[in-house]
Design a protein around this ligand. Structure first.
Ligand code: SME
Length: 161
């Protein structure tokens, strides 16, 4: 289940994706900005995509404070672990994680959801929050649906970003 706020934001994202004049990266950035603006705990929102040759994630779109972690090796940090596990990673309190890459000292919690294309984990959406333990099962459902919408909208072009 999603909350009414999630459903409203999802509707807005669908309208943005229907604008044919946006490039893939512009579309992804528009999604990041919408989530950052409309969902209170979403203080930083970004999309990383995998480069399977060098086993790295690369940041392709985001909204929030710029990060120096634009490339992350598979296995490193929360994002790098999701590149390998293919599973959501909800971190209620980042101080409890050993394998964590801090993008800002203000971040208290994080939620990373993988993005699948034809069953393959090709990237992820990463949410950082300055609030401790704000994310719920509804956020996971919302972000899973959002990733599948991005995947079905953009398809294979997501592999050439
Ligand atoms: N905290 C992440 C790194 C990316 S930043 O949140 C933007 C991690 O541990 O993988």
């Amino acid at each position: 289940m999603m909350t009414p706020t999630h459903m409203m934001v999802m509707q807005q994202v669908k309208q943005q994706l229907n604008k044919e004049d946006l490039s893939v990266v512009e579309g992804l950035n528009a999604i990041c900005e919408t989530l950052n603006k409309k969902l209170e705990a979403y203080d930083w929102v970004g999309f990383y995509f995998s480069d399977f040759k060098d086993k790295m994630l690369h940041l392709k779109a985001y909204s929030g404070t710029p990060t120096e972690h634009t490339s992350i090796p598979f296995g490193k940090g929360i994002c790098g672990q999701v590149a390998l596990s293919n599973e959501n990673f909800l971190v209620p309190d980042v101080t409890a994680q050993d394998n964590y890459i801090a993008c800002s000292v203000d971040v208290r919690s994080e939620l990373v959801v993988p993005l699948f294309l034809e069953g393959e984990n090709i990237g992820q959406i990463d949410i950082d929050s300055k609030t401790l333990n704000p994310f719920t099962k509804e956020d996971e459902v919302f972000l899973t649906e959002l990733c599948s919408l991005v995947s079905s909208t953009y398809g294979k072009s997501l592999k050439q970003l």
